[in-house]
Design a protein around this ligand. Structure first.
Ligand SMILES: *[C@@H]1O[C@H](CO)[C@@H](O)[C@H](O)[C@H]1NC(C)=O
Ligand SMILES: *[C@@H]1O[C@H](CO)[C@@H](O)[C@H](O)[C@H]1NC(C)=O
Ligand SMILES: *[C@@H]1O[C@H](CO)[C@@H](O)[C@H](O)[C@H]1NC(C)=O
Ligand SMILES: *[C@@H]1O[C@H](CO)[C@@H](O)[C@H](O)[C@H]1NC(C)=O
Length: 405
């Protein structure tokens, strides 16, 4: 028995490696040696170099070659995420309008990815009254160009008119075969809420929840379904106020839980500066919530830019908040997991990948803000880059609540 086990183990080792213990670096990847920047010749003060600056460029690299080989291996565990031949493609771009911003969600029956525009951004060209628009692409079209780096013009980006219109959707997930959005609201009279949209024309919508015992939420940001009780958990920071399209907050910044059978709404967690992205681990043992308090009223560098992990109990409540990771480049906005429980965060220079213990193992580098991204079936990933739309394919696979697809 023992010898059979060791033969199997040796075979597995060889299947994963080309030369004794040394893995082949995929053509679009590069190894970043963290020892190379432990000691720098000069270290500038925060007023000159801080989380908001252009992305971290390790010694010996340039912005250009970080982008040329966008998969950055920080730890050997990242080879298993990438597989031998990861791909990375620019699918579309706009000159200015930040239409590739948030809420990436896969609709399995038509194999499309939906996403939304950056609400209230002056570059949207219509001032703060623009209610974020929803767009979609066909993943069949994306798959057809995945072998090229630049496929701009080859993939159609279609706008979808939700009816009644969802006021500033910002987070999305699958829900009972449809799409569920966290809407930030607009002005004092369009309340934030959880709104379901039919993913097929005429894209009609139904509001599930728009208040907490008669009080408006602040500006709902993101949401996730607990795979065990199917309750909807959602974050409510005050970015609507920060971005001047919602009034002063009426509630503290916190995370809620909604049970659609009983209608019960309760608070799942508080103690955040700006609770933002939320997700559950495969099987629902953990919840991950990002705190992006570093951006609240402008840049507040001593606030969190962190991912926290909670244990999720059988009754759906959270306990044991643990500091899971702190982000080096701007904020961790969207957060998602793969089927093995690795944690991915959309940050200031792309998508950072952490193993389940919170170790940074690699980056999918875009060189610009990636507020959100999502796996869209298997190892396919759509990444938002504000004016750039990216598509990556990996060996790792996304994790979904199957009953909701
Ligand atoms: C962060 O760095 C930028 C660019 O150097 C600088 O303009 C800004 O004032 C800094 N912010 C803080 C809060 O120090
Ligand atoms: C990146 O550029 C630097 C400086 O030109 C060079 O030394 C390094 O080998 C390049 N790395 C890659 C992966 O191309
Ligand atoms: C938004 O719309 C209102 C009412 O139409 C108008 O008074 C206001 O000036 C608009 N604000 C911006 C920033 O466009
Ligand atoms: C959309 O309309 C159809 C037909 O009336 C209805 O069955 C469906 O529940 C609606 N979906 C949403 C999300 O409102």
């Amino acid at each position: 028995m023992a010898s059979l086990r060791s033969v199997v183990a040796t075979a597995a080792l060889f299947a994963n490696s080309v030369y004794a213990g040394k893995r082949t670096v995929p053509s679009l990847a590069q190894v970043i040696d963290q020892k190379s920047f432990n000691v720098l010749p000069t270290v500038p003060p925060a007023e000159e170099y801080n989380a908001s600056n252009s992305p971290w460029t390790p010694p010996g690299t340039t912005a250009q070659n970080l982008t040329d080989r966008p998969f950055h291996i920080y730890d050997d565990e990242f080879y298993d995420i990438l597989g031998p031949n990861p791909t990375f493609t620019v699918l579309a771009q706009t000159p200015k309008d930040p239409i590739f911003h948030e809420a990436v969600v896969w609709y399995k029956p038509t194999d499309e990815a939906f996403f939304v525009q950056n609400a209230g951004n002056p570059d949207a060209g219509t001032g703060l009254n623009k209610s974020a628009a929803i767009y979609k692409i066909s993943l069949k079209e994306a798959d057809a160009v995945k072998g090229t780096r630049n496929a701009v013009g080859k993939v159609t980006v279609t706008q979808v008119k939700s009816t009644p219109e969802i006021p500033n959707p910002n987070g999305a997930t699958q829900y009972k075969g449809q799409l569920l959005f966290a809407a930030e609201g607009q002005g004092p009279n369009k309340a934030p809420g959880l709104i379901v949209m039919n993913p097929l024309a005429p894209y009609n919508t139904t509001v599930l929840l728009n208040n907490f015992f008669g009080r408006q939420f602040n500006s709902l940001n993101d949401l996730a379904i607990n795979p065990n009780n199917l309750d909807i958990y959602f974050t409510d920071p005050t970015y609507g106020e920060s971005n001047n399209f919602r009034p002063a907050p009426g509630l503290q910044n916190q995370v809620y839980r909604y049970n659609d059978k009983t209608g019960a709404v309760s608070v799942a967690a508080d103690g955040f500066a700006m609770p933002n992205g939320i997700t559950f681990s495969p099987g629902g043992k953990y919840a991950y919530i990002t705190d992006t308090g570093i951006w609240r009223h402008g840049l507040e560098l001593s606030n969190p830019s962190s991912i926290y992990r909670y244990d999720v109990k059988a009754d759906g409540t959270f306990e044991n908040r643990k500091t899971f990771a702190f982000i080096d480049t701007n904020i961790p906005d969207g957060v998602h997991v793969d089927s093995k429980g690795n944690v991915y965060a959309g940050v200031g220079d792309g998508v950072h990948v952490f193993n389940p213990s919170g170790k940074l193992i690699g980056k999918i580098y875009t060189g610009r803000t990636a507020a959100n991204f999502q796996f869209v079936g298997g190892g396919r990933m759509v990444i938002m880059g504000e004016t750039q739309l990216y598509y990556a394919t990996l060996a790792a696979k996304g994790e979904f609540v199957e009953s909701q697809l």
